[in-house]
Design a protein around this ligand. Structure first.
Ligand code: ARG
Length: 696
């Protein structure tokens, strides 16, 4: 854990007491966050001037939209003071305020604006960044049961994400869940939680009976070994086509039957409009010829069905096969186990390209029948479920959730369902992991499903209701193609995750090759292209709020201009290259004289770097990756504006260029600033799951 010693030395040099003010009921983290030192002094001074409770003052102090309005601001009405007019009070607070770290505050209507003294601020902030380096901004106390007690227990969070279905396509919904879930794990880990990454595979159900038959017919053990995900998907698509083919003769007959039945049904009477006479009854014709036609169609359907039944259909065989799997027949399970094992191996490889590793591969197949029986018992005994046509349903409208409707919990043949498995799986995870929080990262198409199984768990009472009280669904919008159309395997727009990653990589590689000179300097161009492509995909995903969907646009996301992944990478690599050329030691940077940074761009960059711990804290509240991203773009734009900054006190053009620095001291100060910016960028990128590159 970081210590405050070096900070207090600096404070005493400024004539301040070496103990930073602390207040009951106010949680500040001065060891992680330089701005919290300033908060402490502001609270102290404002308290002296007004007598308001420190917690209220702390709650009132806010960020400004733009640093030109101050580093921090105090909206006086938020102090809830009775009597004095807020604008007068603002003046009074500003008047009485005294702290060597902060300039005389300005009273602006009902606001008190605080501008921090630039030089001590720069010294302090850069020390935080350079000392805490890869930890700067993160706050490992947030995940403690009691943040004020460093020895208290770490809380545990389980994040279930990605969760693809074996043999079915790994679609963009799974990709988004993977990216967002990976981010959440990194976020909670940086906040000091104990984390567990869980992948809940779709690996159970009748479709695995279909797949096994398909493998007998179309499978190749070599292909399976080579590319299990693709091969299983191909086999699955083929056998499903056969299945559809089998059902084909019935289709036109069923359609004809439906059409005739519609004609036969008496038309609904048209309701009278308000204040008008009722319309005449609609005439209904149904002739004898039509009736005999309908009977003929029904007979034909029955005959065809008999023929279909005589040759056991794929569907029926799949049902039988899956039944054997459920009963634990080792022969039936042999294939399935192999499909599962090989698929997991292939997934692991893809996930590692995205900087993601799962602690646990669970799946629908792993949910124990005894736990589903137990849940079914509770549902029945508590009168939550009911029988309906031989199946078991829960009518949520009878239990205070009219919008969630009815849902099936057990099929007529007694087999379990997606929903039943989710209910039992939730209970099993709570028993096993004793989590303080569990997050399900699932696409918005399943909002109703999740709301249903959460509601059912709540109705079931303890321990189910206790577990679900700690659960949360993090939903997200859909990814579409560049024209805004849904993407799917059938349309050929998406094949598999590996294929989309490869396509993005090739695309990025071509972009890189266009700059021959630079390209030749990159050591491992293929690897770099892969890293850049993945950054491009992830940043595009993070560019809006999670709930908004977006269009998967290769041209846009791989561009070096605009707010893209490659732009962030470029900003990072550019500082790395400067550092290689400057060749200054860490000690030199730590000892740099920050009073030499006088250009307004430089000062603003320091002030922005100081905000990073607060941005992290805010991200921890919003859990929106865009909170990090917006900050990183603002910061990197500022960084790049420094490169050609002109100093008002110094007529030199490019006064912030390391290469043209007037003295070694100036060079060290600039490099310390740029290295700090690079470090913050690096920390932010890693939090987002990106791999910062040093050359590109
Ligand atoms: N395998 C599912 C699908 O692809 C997603 C699983 C989400 N998680 C859950 N607990 N239901 O649609």
């Amino acid at each position: 854990p970081p210590d405050l010693d070096s900070v207090t030395v600096q404070l005493s040099a400024l004539g301040l007491a070496t103990t930073i003010p602390a207040f009951d009921g106010v949680q500040l983290y001065p060891e992680y966050n330089p701005v919290d030192i300033y908060r402490a002094y502001i609270i102290d001074e404002v308290r002296k001037a007004t007598g308001v409770e420190p917690a209220i003052i702390n709650g009132a102090i806010a960020w400004t939209q733009d640093l030109k309005h101050g580093d921090l601001v105090l909206p006086v009405p938020a102090l809830r003071l009775k009597g004095k007019k807020p604008d007068e009070m603002a003046k009074e607070i500003a008047e009485k305020f005294e702290c060597p770290l902060i300039q005389k505050p300005t009273a602006d209507k009902t606001f008190v604006r605080f501008f921090f003294e630039p030089t001590p601020y720069a010294k302090l902030v850069l020390k935080y960044v350079l000392r805490q380096s890869s930890h700067y901004g993160f706050n490992a106390k947030l995940g403690l049961e009691d943040p004020s007690d460093a020895k208290s227990r770490k809380k545990k969070v389980v994040v279930e994400y990605s969760s693809p279905n074996i043999a079915k396509e790994f679609h963009t919904g799974h990709l988004r869940s993977t990216i967002i879930g990976g981010f959440l794990i990194k976020l909670y880990a940086a906040a000091g939680w104990d984390t567990l990454s869980m992948n809940y595979l779709g690996d159970w159900g009748k479709q695995y009976g279909v797949l096994s038959q398909g493998f007998d017919k179309y499978g190749s053990p070599e292909e399976l070994e080579r590319d299990p995900i693709k091969h299983l998907n191909e086999v699955y698509v083929k056998i499903n086509q056969d299945n559809a083919e089998e059902q084909k003769p019935l289709k036109p007959l069923n359609e004809k039957k439906e059409e005739l039945e519609k004609l036969k049904a008496p038309p609904k009477p048209i309701k009278a409009k308000k204040g008008q006479p009722p319309p005449p009854p609609v005439e209904h014709k149904w002739t004898d010829e039509q009736e005999s036609e309908l009977q003929a169609v029904i007979a034909e359907i029955e005959k065809t069905q008999e023929q279909l039944v005589a040759i056991p259909s794929i569907d029926e065989k799949a049902r039988q096969f899956f039944k054997r799997m459920v009963d634990g027949d080792p022969e039936a399970l042999k294939y399935w186990q192999r499909f599962r094992d090989l698929s997991i191996e292939a997934y692991k490889h893809m996930y590692s390209r995205l900087n993601i590793a799962f602690d646990e591969y669970s799946g629908e197949s792993q949910v124990l029948p005894k736990d589903m029986d137990l849940a079914a018992d509770v549902l029945e005994k508590k009168g939550i479920s009911e029988e309906s046509k031989g199946a078991v349903i829960v009518d949520l409208s009878k239990h205070g959730a009219p919008t969630l409707g009815k849902t099936l919990v057990k099929k007529r043949d007694g087999t379990s369902l997606y929903l039943t498995r989710d209910i039992a799986a939730n209970y099993e995870r709570f028993e096993k992991h004793h989590f303080d929080k569990m997050i399900y990262v699932i696409a918005s198409q399943q909002d109703v499903h999740v709301a249903q199984f959460f509601k059912i768990l709540e109705l079931m009472g303890a321990p189910y209701s206790e577990a679900v009280a700690k659960c949360e669904h993090i939903t997200f919008g859909m990814v579409k193609d560049p024209k805004g159309q849904t993407m799917s395997t059938r349309k050929g727009t998406v094949v598999s995750l590996a294929d989309s990653l490869d396509a993005a990589k090739d695309f990025m590689h071509d972009v890189m090759k266009k700059n021959t000179e630079k390209y030749e300097q990159v050591e491992k161009p293929e690897e770099t292209a892969d890293t850049l492509a993945i950054s491009a995909i992830m940043v595009q995903d993070y560019s809006g709020k999670r709930i908004n969907g977006y269009n998967f646009d290769m041209d846009k996301m791989t561009s070096f201009e605009g707010d893209t992944g490659p732009y962030l990478q470029y900003s990072h690599a550019r500082v790395c290259s400067m550092e290689r050329k400057a060749g200054l030691s860490r000690e030199t940077l730590l000892a740099a004289d920050m009073s030499l940074i006088t250009a307004k761009e430089g000062i603003e960059l320091v002030r922005t770097l100081a905000q990073w711990p607060d941005v992290f804290l805010n991200t921890y509240k919003t859990r929106e990756p865009v909170t990090v991203l917006t900050y990183l773009f603002k910061m990197t734009h500022l960084l790049s504006s420094c490169y050609d900054a002109k100093d008002t006190n110094n007529k030199n053009a490019k006064t912030m260029s390391v290469m043209y620095a007037e003295t070694p001291e100036k060079k060290a100060a600039l490099m310390a600033l740029y290295d700090s910016a690079r470090q913050v960028l690096n920390n932010g990128m890693k939090l987002l799951g990106l791999t910062p590159v040093e050359r590109m």
